[in-house]
Design a protein around this ligand. Structure first.
Ligand code: FES
Length: 109
């Protein structure tokens, strides 16, 4: 059974589960600020469920690739849309700041 770790919270789920649903069901922080009220409910069009993922999930969907290709996202930053990902193995997640979760804090190391 895969685990999803975010902010020291460890969530167990099934392989193939939708990552957005896993996080929301566990009360984990997926949306920032105003995005908690206004988002596309998993259609892949708003971009506010973006998250940094370490671990294996399903390949990027067409709509995910499209949404991450324009501001405030930059596809080169490697974020994923939780609503478009299915869990394939153990994951470690980082939710970045900004309404779209687009800001990647600069490491001081
Ligand atoms: S919830 Fe809108 S893109 Fe994922």
């Amino acid at each position: 059974m895969p685990t999803v770790t975010i902010d020291k919270q460890v969530i167990e789920c099934q392989k193939g589960d939708n990552l957005r649903n896993v996080l929301l069901d566990a009360g984990a922080p997926l949306y920032n600020g105003f995005a908690k009220q206004i988002h596309c409910r998993g259609l892949g069009t708003c971009g506010t469920c973006s998250i940094e993922i370490e671990g294996q999930v399903t390949p990027m969907t067409r709509v995910e690739k499209w949404r991450l290709s324009f501001p405030p996202h930059e596809i080169e930053l490697g974020l994923r849309l939780a609503c478009q990902c299915r869990v394939e193995g153990n994951l470690v997640l980082v939710k970045h700041s900004g309404m779209w979760g687009q800001r990647r804090e600069v490491s001081e190391s």
